[in-house]
Design a protein around this ligand. Structure first.
Ligand code: CO
Length: 212
C-alpha cells in the first residue's frame, strides 16, 4: 500500500467518536493547553506517553528521543524543558525509561551503529562511571535493565542540574522531577524513588546561588 488512507480514516473515526462522547472537547482544547506534566521518554513505539498513564490530549507535554536522554547541549530537549517549566508551568517532570531499551542495549555493545553512536555515548559514559555496579550482573538482559534504571536516574539528575529547573526552584516554583521505568512485558510503570523537589537535593556544584 502506497498511501496512508488507513491512518487518515482512523483519525476521522476517532475525532467523530470523541466529539460524540465528549461534545466540546476539541473546542476547549483549541483555546489553550494547561498540562501539569512534562514527559521525557524513549521514542520506542511501545511506550506511548498519554496512553500508558491514561491521559487525554492536552494533559501531558511530551518530549521523546532515543533512550530518553537529557543532554545539556541538546537544544531540542532544553527548549521543550524551558517552555514546559517557564510558560506552561508544569508541576511534574517525568523521566520515563523502559526495560529492554534498544538504545541502552546498543550502548552496551561495541558494534558501530553509525551517527547514533554519538548520542549513545552518553549512556556509555554513565556505564563507565558506575561500572562497579555491573560487576556481579551476569545476564545480558539484567545488565541492560540495570543500565536502563541507572540511565533514568542519571537523566533525573541532568534535568535538575539545568539552569531552567534551578531557576524555577529559586523562584519558589512548585516543580518535582521524577524517575520512572516502564515494563513492556506487563505494561506497568515503577517509580524509581528518585524524585527531586528542590535545589537542596542537588550536589552543591550544580546549585545556583541566591542573588547578593
Ligand atoms: Co528505548
Amino acid at each position: 500500500m502506497s498511501n496512508l488512507d488507513n491512518l487518515l480514516d482512523n483519525n476521522a473515526q476517532w475525532a467523530a467518536r470523541v466529539q460524540e462522547q465528549r461534545p466540546g472537547f476539541f473546542e476547549n482544547l483549541a483555546h489553550q493547553q494547561t498540562p501539569e506534566y512534562l514527559w521525557i521518554g524513549c521514542s520506542d513505539s511501545r511506550v506511548p506517553a498519554n496512553q500508558i498513564v491514561g491521559l487525554d490530549p492536552g494533559d501531558i507535554f511530551v518530549h521523546r528521543n532515543v533512550a530518553n536522554l537529557v543532554v545539556h547541549t541538546d537544544f531540542n530537549c532544553l527548549s521543550v524543558l524551558q517552555y514546559a517549566v517557564e510558560v506552561l508551568k508544569v508541576k511534574h517532570i517525568i523521566i520515563c525509561g523502559h526495560y529492554g531499551c534498544g538504545g541502552v542495549a546498543a550502548a552496551l555493545q561495541n558494534m558501530e551503529h553509525g551517527l547514533i553512536d554519538n548520542w549513545l555515548r552518553n549512556i556509555k559514559d554513565l556505564y563507565e562511571q558506575h561500572e562497579v555496579l555491573f560487576r556481579d550482573i551476569k545476564s545480558d538482559e539484567e545488565r541492560v535493565n540495570a543500565l536502563c534504571m541507572l540511565n533514568v536516574i542519571g537523566q533525573v539528575s541532568n534535568v535538575s542540574h539545568t539552569t531552567i529547573v534551578q531557576n524555577a526552584w529559586k523562584r519558589g516554583q512548585d516543580l518535582s522531577v521524577h524517575g520512572w521505568i516502564y515494563s513492556i512485558k506487563d505494561g506497568l510503570i515503577k517509580d524509581l524513588d528518585s524524585t527531586l523537589t528542590g535545589s537542596e537535593q542537588v550536589p552543591a556544584i550544580y546549585r545556583l546561588s541566591e542573588p547578593e
